[in-house]
Design a protein around this ligand. Structure first.
Ligand code: ZN
Ligand code: ZN
Length: 272
């Protein structure tokens, strides 16, 4: 296991959350390595969306895993002298026993693991796992079709899935811990400032700290949506409790490898 905390202490020039041709990224892995080198990065971690039991066009298949490892080896041979390259996955938590703690993931030779929630069960069919992470247009449709417009159910279930994932473990970094906040607040403005919502975030934060996990500040949406995950308003809390943090761009394009990262680091450092 690599020392993730050491990386972030030593440098700001890293990214540990990167999507490529193995899932829904828009360029081959090598293009990201080349871009990372151009930016002066010293560490780059790849995190394809893991094979998943739910129906998903974005996740990699189990058959792709070996091809992914082979490409990692090739890139390490070519570029390994100039940059630390890490093999990882963004592993979906789908339900009890179906997530990062699954034996399948435990036995994979990964350098570290990100745990994330992108799916929650439909309101009246627990076996129907629904993507709540995509663009708002699609989310709005699924809100009616799968959740009967019950946004509180969606928010509460997202956070209860996150809580369950943290309890089950099997990963190192908590991916975009309040990601539902964007779509939920588009659906009902201000929902993410309501006290009950805030409490869900605080409870999750406490649980993450109890389990000594690393919190990701995800900067993917900063440029377009002016939003970090966790939300900027929680940066002070992270700082106050000295939470272990990595700042990741969740890049799907090489040109966005450092997008929003430097601003987030600056804002975090400015918190007292
Ligand atoms: Zn994600
Ligand atoms: Zn991601």
């Amino acid at each position: 296991m690599i020392d993730l905390r050491r990386i972030t202490q030593d440098t700001d020039l890293y990214n540990l959350h990167t999507h490529t041709q193995f899932c829904d990224g828009h360029a081959p892995m090598e293009d990201f390595v080349v871009e990372a080198l151009a930016l002066g990065f010293t560490h780059l971690g790849f995190t394809p969306h893991s094979p998943v039991s739910a129906e998903s066009p974005v996740n990699m298949t189990r058959e792709d895993v070996l091809t992914y490892f082979d490409e990692m080896s090739r890139l390490r041979e070519t570029y390994g002298q100039r940059i630390h390259l890490y093999t990882s996955m963004e592993i979906d938590y789908v339900g009890e026993g179906d997530g990062p703690a699954d034996e399948f993931f435990k036995q994979l030779p990964l350098d570290y693991r990100i745990g994330s929630v992108h799916f929650i069960p439909a309101i009246d069919d627990a076996s129907d796992m629904v993507d709540i992470d995509g663009k708002f247009e699609g989310f709005k449709v699924r809100m009616q079709e799968k959740f009967h417009g019950d946004i509180e159910y969606v928010v509460r279930t997202f956070f209860s899935q996150m809580m369950a994932m943290v309890y089950e473990g099997g990963f190192d970094i908590v991916g975009h811990m309040d990601k539902i906040g964007f779509n939920a607040s588009q659906y009902r403005e201000g929902i993410d400032d309501e006290p009950w919502y805030d409490k869900l975030v605080m409870d999750l934060f406490e649980n993450i700290m109890d389990h000594h996990l690393i919190i990701e500040i995800n900067t993917k949406a900063w440029l377009q949506r002016n939003r970090y995950y966790p939300n900027l308003k929680y940066f002070g809390l992270l700082k106050r409790f000295n939470a272990p943090i990595v700042v990741n761009s969740d890049a799907h394009y090489p040109t966005l490898l450092n997008s929003g990262r430097m601003e987030a680091i600056k804002l975090l450092n400015a918190c007292k």
